[in-house]
Design a binder for this molecule. Sequence first.
Ligand code: SF4
Length: 321
Amino acid sequence: MIDLQKLTEEVCAGKALTYDEGVELTQHLDKEALYEAADTIRTHFCGNNMDLCSITNAKSGRCSQNCKWCSQSAHHTTNIEEYDLIDKERAVNEALESAKAGVHRHSLVTSGKSVSNKTLHSLLEIYKEIREKSSINLCASMGLVTKEQLQKLKNAGISHYHCNLETAPSYFPNVCTTHTIQDKIDVILTAQSLDMRVCSGGIIGMGETMEQRVELACTLRDLHIMSIPINILTPIEGTPLYNAHTLSEEEILTTIAVFRFINPKANLRFAGGRLQIKKFQHKALHAGINSALTGNYLTTVGSNTAQDIKDFTASGFTIAR
Ligand code: SF4
């Protein structure tokens, strides 16, 4: 069995875990010791500060892509609100409310494989007004955008680009066939070439194996991703994954802890599906998590930011302004 204490010390000293070591860690029998070790690594590299971000669903539904988990795909019949572009005032107000609540960064998120230049122009107008009224950091999540579009976002002051890998490269074709994980990696590399910071993570509970979660964590590490949302699948009626097997508390906490071992310095972020882990949230916060997407998610209800801040503070974190 792996020597957990030795490995923890080595990671704190700068060692990069191999894929095989990651897989071995997932099989560690003393789970409580595994979570505690991940917490030690988080404290060592990230301290107790909690990074918070929020999102606005700026363009909802009618997507041409067939991602099996997604309620916004036109390939599935779901009961979501659909609109082409959010009302500007509503989008600006959501960002300002997040800023007021103490959130560090806000993102406009659009459905679709990518975004048209016309839509991007309207979105840039929204960002402009947010920037004029607030100093909140800005992020964008608009699919497989071009280098020119990324440059426009960067020029407008958007420092972060979000593009989830969603799952391991070896599993991606099982959950989406209308684009590839390489398409996503290309966008990530382009954003990084423009000096944008990239946020990229995935969804667990889509039928992938624990080994494939390790593969995802290693792929993100190799891409130098420093903000990694870990979503837990919320099965939505009408999507092909509606009847997906529900992950156990142990599977979720083990995944978080191993992600921390493999990505010791990254912001590991609570994201979608958090309501499912409400009862063991404190444990997850001490198994490697140090950041959160707060407020509502794209098509599912999320959390109340004020309550989040209260809960995170009670779990020993600070929320820097
Ligand atoms: S995840 Fe994005 S690309 Fe895939 S179906 Fe949903 S909105 Fe479309």
